[in-house]
Design a binder for this molecule. Structure first.
Ligand SMILES: NC(=O)c1ccc[n+]([C@@H]2O[C@H](COP(=O)([O-])OP(=O)(O)OC[C@H]3O[C@@H](n4cnc5c(N)ncnc54)[C@H](OP(=O)(O)O)[C@@H]3O)[C@@H](O)[C@H]2O)c1
Length: 250
């Protein structure tokens, strides 16, 4: 029996490359995004993989949409083994540029959307006696960086949420894992006007994610090594030292 993965936020960037990689490795794949069924690149992928790819429209900021899409996604292949939550939006803003709607959108999609999908899918996993969640957060969840707080705060909340639910869900044979990675060249980072160290192509990031998820059962997957190590150092270092470095990023 093939393994079924539901990629939430798979219409572009890393999610699209993950969907392609899982399909090429003989998985059954469900891809969701707001207009997944109308996304040309996904329609083309479906021509290539008619039996193993299903598209389900879902807006993670709307609970009704999430509840309906979860039913539909489950029915697509009669099972879901893993839900990879990859939906995310990003805006960087100086204090003088703050826009509360952008803060709300990032909180809705980067954090609360993950809670909505988890809430809707848990009963299905409980019924089948197993399941697995993987959440794509970000290394920005380790330490707030200048201008990026609107994005990184919901990502930090997502990581904290995963840590909190893991022990409880484990008892029900439901696994929880998190991915914290660095810069990837997508429409999301196209907004950045600074040099991004260790920038990866989305296909390369998807390959690393795919391989690392299959290689072990570790709670956290992190890459690339140097950048994640530096951000992890900021997280663990005395605040005075961490702020010395982040002030330099102004
Ligand atoms: N790129 C990076 O450097 C980087 C670094 C660390 C972490 N990440 C994380 O990686 C994930 C993928 O990002 P990406 O760089 O590949 O960006 P992307 O190409 O913009 O992909 C974002 C995905 O999220 C979906 N999405 C956005 N709003 C949604 C909503 N309301 N409901 C359902 N789906 C929604 C988008 O689909 P539609 O817009 O079609 O609905 C799209 O499929 C994000 O969680 C991001 O935070 C990215």
């Amino acid at each position: 029996m093939k393994t079924t993965i539901w990629i939430v936020g798979g219409s572009s960037g890393i999610g699209f490359e993950l969907a392609t990689r899982y399909l090429k490795n003989d998985y059954q794949v469900i891809v969701s995004a707001r207009k997944a069924t109308q996304t040309e690149s996904l329609q083309q992928l479906q021509v290539e993989f008619p039996a193993t790819l299903q598209l389900v429209d879902m807006d993670v900021s709307d609970m009704k949409s999430v509840a309906d899409a979860t039913q539909k996604a489950w029915k697509s292949f009669g099972q879901i083994d893993c839900c990879l939550y990859n939906a995310g939006v990003y805006e960087h803003m100086k204090v003088s540029e703050w826009d509360i709607e952008k803060f709300e959108q990032m909180t809705q999609i980067n954090y609360l959307g993950a809670v909505r999908v988890t809430t809707a899918l848990i009963p299905f996993f409980q019924k089948s006696g197993k399941g697995s969640f993987v959440f794509n957060a970000s290394i920005s969840s380790y330490f707030g960086l200048p201008y990026g707080g609107g994005y990184s705060a919901p990502k930090a909340a997502l990581m904290n949420f995963c840590e909190a639910i893991k022990p409880e869900l484990e008892l029900q044979n439901i696994d929880v894992r998190i991915i914290n990675h660095g810069f990837v060249k997508t429409r999301l980072t196209a907004k950045n006007d600074f040099e991004m160290p260790q920038l990866l192509e989305p296909a390369d990031a998807a390959k690393i994610i795919y391989e690392k998820l299959n290689a072990s059962n570790r709670f956290e997957i992190r890459f690339p090594f140097l950048l994640t190590s530096f951000l992890y150092f900021l997280r663990c270092a005395p605040r005075s030292i961490a702020f010395y470095f982040t002030r330099k990023a102004l």
